[in-house]
Design a protein around this ligand. Sequence first.
Ligand code: CS2
Ligand code: MG
Length: 404
Amino acid sequence: MKIVDAKLVVTSPGRNFVTLKLTTDEGLTGLGDATLNGRELAVVSYLDDHVLPLLVGLDPHRIEDTWQYLYRGAYWRRGPVTMAALAAVDVALWDIKAKAAGLPLYQLLGGASRDRVRAYGHANGAGVPELLDSVRARLAEGYQAVRIQTGVPGLKAVYGVHTTDEHGAAVLHQGARPLVEDWDTDAYLRHVPAVFEAVRAEFGDELPLLHDAHHRLTPIQAARLGKDLEPYRPFWLEDCTPAENQDAFRLIRHHTTTPLAVGEVFNSFHDYQSLITERLIDYARSAVTHFGGVTPLRKLFDFAAQYQIKSAMHGPEDISPVGMAAAVHLDLAVHNFGIQEYSGHSALTEEVFRHAYTFTDGHLYPGEAPGIGVELDEELAAAHPYAPAYLPVNRLQDGTVHDW
Ligand code: CS2
Ligand code: MG
C-alpha cells in the first residue's frame, strides 16, 4: 500500500480545527488532528510546506519509521508546532492501519484494558452559587467527576470562567487581538479553599473534584494551595506552576499530599523525565494531538506506569473529535489509565466530524468502527472557513503580564 494523497482541511464550525487527511492507492483514508489552539496556521504551514510532500509514495504501514523519519530527519526537534504536525501524521497512519486490519484502533494497541473510560467535565461560575448550578448541570449530563473553577472576588475576568458557555465549553475570542483577563494570586489563594468547602458541603465527599491553577503560582504558593485543599481531598491540582522548570515540583511535592497533574503544554518525553523518575506528579496530562501522536504517548504512558503515574489526557474542545477519538482508543488500551478530560463539542462540530465514540453516564466508549472511527464532512467543513482567534492573555492588576 502507498500514500497517494495528503491534504489539510482547516475549518471553523465555531472554533478552528486543522485536520490531515491521507489517502492510499487502495482507497483507504486516515485522519489526524493538528489543531494548535490560537496558532493553527503555523502547523498548517509546517505540514503543507515541509511534511506532506514527503508522505506521498510512503507505505502507510510503516508508522514507527515514518515518525522517526519526520522527528529525527527534521534535525529541529520538539516544540508544539512540530509535535502537533507529527501527531496528525501519526494518527492518520494508525487510522489507516486499523482500517486495513478491519479493527478499531484500540485492538491494535493491545486491546481493551477496561470496559469504559471515565471522563471529567468542566463546571464554572462567576461566584459560588453559579458554580454549584454548573456542577448540577454536569451531574445531570451524567458526569461522575467535575473540574471546578470560579471567578475571584475583585477580579473581572478569570481563567475558565468568563470565556465559557452554559455547557462549560470555552468560547474563544474571534478577533484581531486577545482578550485580557486580570489576576491577583493572593485573592485567588484566599478564595479557592472556600470554593472547595462549599462544593463539598453541597455534593458530599465522594464526587471527584478537580481544579486547574493554569500555571499561575510560584512553587511555594502552589505548596500552600495544595496544603489548604487537603481537607477537601481534590482528585488533583492541575498545572499549579509553570512546569518548564521540573525542579519546582520537588518543593511542592515535599509540602503536600494533594495529587498533582501536569503536562497539557508538554510535547515530548523529555519535558516529563524527572517528574516521572522522581515521582513528582500523579497524572501525565499530554494529549495525542500535542505530543506527536499515539506512538510517543503510548511509550510515555508505559514508562510512567513503572512509577505508578497515570494517564489523564487533556481533552478540551480545542482537541478536535479526531484527536478525541484517538485519545479514547488509547485510554481504553493503556493499563495505567487515570481519567480523560472531555467537554464535548458544539452540535455543528459534531456534524462536521461524525464519530463512533460515545459519551454515556460520565464515560466514553470508542465504538467498534474500524480505525479511529471518525468521518469528516468536507463540504460542511468548507462552508465554515478559518476565522482568526486568540486565547486570552492575563495581566496583574498593575498591568504586568502574568502566566495564562
Ligand atoms: C485547560 C484548557 O482543559 C484544560 O485543562 O487548561 O482549556 C486550555 O486552556 C486550552 O486547551 C488552551 O488551548
Ligand atoms: Mg488545564
